[in-house]
Design a protein. Structure first.
Length: 132
């Protein structure tokens, strides 16, 4: 029946919103293990959820797990190529991983996508200066 399938879709949508709110609550409260578990469940159920992927990247970057953070930022840019801050996140991870040439490219991509990210172009220029 059409009405019951619409109701199921609405409930699924509300469940997605609720899951995200719970994950974000844990992240903001500093309960990172709980936040990671909640975001990973969101990604398991909705692999295209760029907010969950991006937030996982920021959490892992914040605890210096750069390879994992890079993986999540990379997934974010694949799902949402225009998400400038995910490219910037990749730049920061690349610096920490000693990949300054890649970092300059990622920072430039971030700025190209959002010209208000002055810090991204400054980072790209600074990295390029060290490469020459």
């Amino acid at each position: 029946d059409v009405c019951s399938s619409d109701l199921v879709l609405q409930m699924d949508s509300l469940n997605d919103i609720a899951r995200y709110q719970i994950a974000k609550f844990h992240q903001d409260a500093g309960n990172l293990n709980e936040a990671v578990e909640a975001y990973e469940e969101i990604v398991r159920l909705s692999p295209q959820n760029d907010d969950a992927l991006y937030n996982l990247g920021t959490i892992f970057y914040g605890v210096d797990s750069l390879q994992t953070a890079m993986r999540y930022f990379d997934l974010t840019t694949k799902v949402s190529p225009a998400r400038a801050m995910a490219h910037y996140g990749k730049a920061l991870c690349a610096i920490g991983l000693g990949q300054n040439k890649d970092a300059a490219l990622y920072a430039q991509q971030a700025y190209n996508l959002d010209s208000e990210l002055d810090f991204a172009i400054e980072l790209a220029d600074s990295l390029r200066a060290t490469l020459n």
